[in-house]
Design a protein around this ligand. Structure first.
Ligand SMILES: [Zn+2]
Length: 214
């Protein structure tokens, strides 16, 4: 029933587009088998964040689909990816939070891309878990280069003072679930959480869709 609601093209795998009678999480068995699931907290060691959970590994198979999701206008993939993140929430019983916030994109970048992929994930998670979400608290004010094209020093410079918080009454004394698509160095989450804490957030946890295998 829920699959029918989520995937209007019934029995078509979101990734390979093959017909399959036995779809789970929107995918055929062959595609599911190539996903390396994690659903665990990782050692991120980010100041201000209590725990960072990751749903799947960023392996060679998934890389292609995450790239499509971010850059090739395949926004519909959020449904499948959000279901993997919901699985993490259920396995780890992550229910003790007040509001979901996505890691923001600069509004110009969002306009060009047509969507913020982390917001799509966050919105789906909020809907399925019946939790409040806001896209209007954490804001990216600086236009920055794609982090993956930079070294560690450049990444830090790139992110410095690039986030700010508005409507901080919405997060005052609140427990926050911060949503992002990929965690590599953790620097984006570090800068976001610093702003959130300075603006009165009580506690921050995060779920990221994927992380590279070290
Ligand atoms: Zn498939």
């Amino acid at each position: 029933m829920i699959d029918e609601l989520l995937f209007p093209t019934k029995n078509i795998c979101s990734f390979c587009k093959d017909y399959d009678d036995d779809l789970e999480l929107g995918l055929c068995k062959e595609c599911r088998d190539r996903i390396e699931e994690l659903h665990q907290p990782i050692k991120a060691d980010i100041e201000n964040i209590d725990k960072v959970y990751v749903s799947i590994y960023y392996n060679r198979f998934i890389k292609n689909f995450i790239h499509q999701f971010k850059f090739n206008n395949s926004s519909y993939l959020y449904k499948t990816f959000a279901l993997y993140m919901i699985k993490t929430i259920e396995i780890q019983e992550i229910f003790d939070y007040d509001i979901i916030l996505p890691v923001p994109l600069h509004r110009r970048k969002e306009a060009i891309r047509g969507y913020n992929q982390s917001y799509l994930l966050a919105k789906e998670i909020a809907k399925l878990n019946n939790k409040p979400i806001s896209n209007n608290v954490l804001i990216k004010r600086k236009w920055t280069k794609e982090q993956n094209k930079l070294n560690v020093f450049e990444r830090r410079l790139n992110l410095k003072s690039s986030f700010f918080v508005k409507n901080n009454d919405m997060i005052y004394n609140k427990k926050i679930l911060l949503i992002d698509d990929i965690i590599t160095t953790g620097m984006t989450l570090e800068y976001c959480s610093k702003e959130l804490k300075e603006n009165g957030a009580d506690k921050i946890i995060s779920i990221c869709l994927s992380t590279p295998k070290i």
